[in-house]
Design a protein around this ligand. Sequence first.
Ligand code: URA
Length: 222
Amino acid sequence: MPMKKQIENFLNWYRDLYGRELYIADEKGMSIDGDGEKMEALKTFHLQIKDCQKCPLGKTRTNFVFGVGNPNAAIMFIGEAPGYHEDQQGEPFVGRGGQLLNKLLAGVGLRREDVYIANILKCRPPNNRDPLPEEVVQCIPYLHRQIEMIQPRVLVALGRIAAQNLLQTKESLGNMRRRVWAYQDKPLIVTYHPAYILRNMNMLDAGVEDMKFVLEQFNQTQ
Ligand code: URA
């Protein structure tokens, strides 16, 4: 059965069983009040860094993948690095993994436009290899600046590589999920990378549960 159908079936099954969407974002909403200032500041920052050549990935990228979403988002998702489709389109999580991420967000009543999505590396590593430490060192200050500007209430690391780089640990993903970590003074939650779930569809329930955990933690920050 195609992946999309499986997820739809799962969400429909949940709705039929419990008579509601998997989780409803609470009435306070997902974005922090703000005007267009953050949007402008992010645009300016994007323009400042988009031609970055601090590491060799600047030579091999098609597009610099800055980040996307609500500049006033209260939840920020952080992946590892752009893949092929992201490199082609200049936007994070637009491939099959991105489609699954959108579904997982929908499962907890969120839209992609409600949150902010970025990566640790802004440029695609050749053949999607793991980010090198020297690339992370050069690139992660851009992410830090984005976090400072957006001021999300909760951060979510998508996948082991993103989480290990953010938390400077070698812990397994299994040990990192379902706990609240801290990154830059903000709560950080770790969940599976959508691409991992796509390769292991038996992990879909766990991915859905993790999103629910994110929402629960988010609601506790208010
Ligand atoms: N994987 C990531 O970690 N980030 C993307 O943007 C796409 C795939």
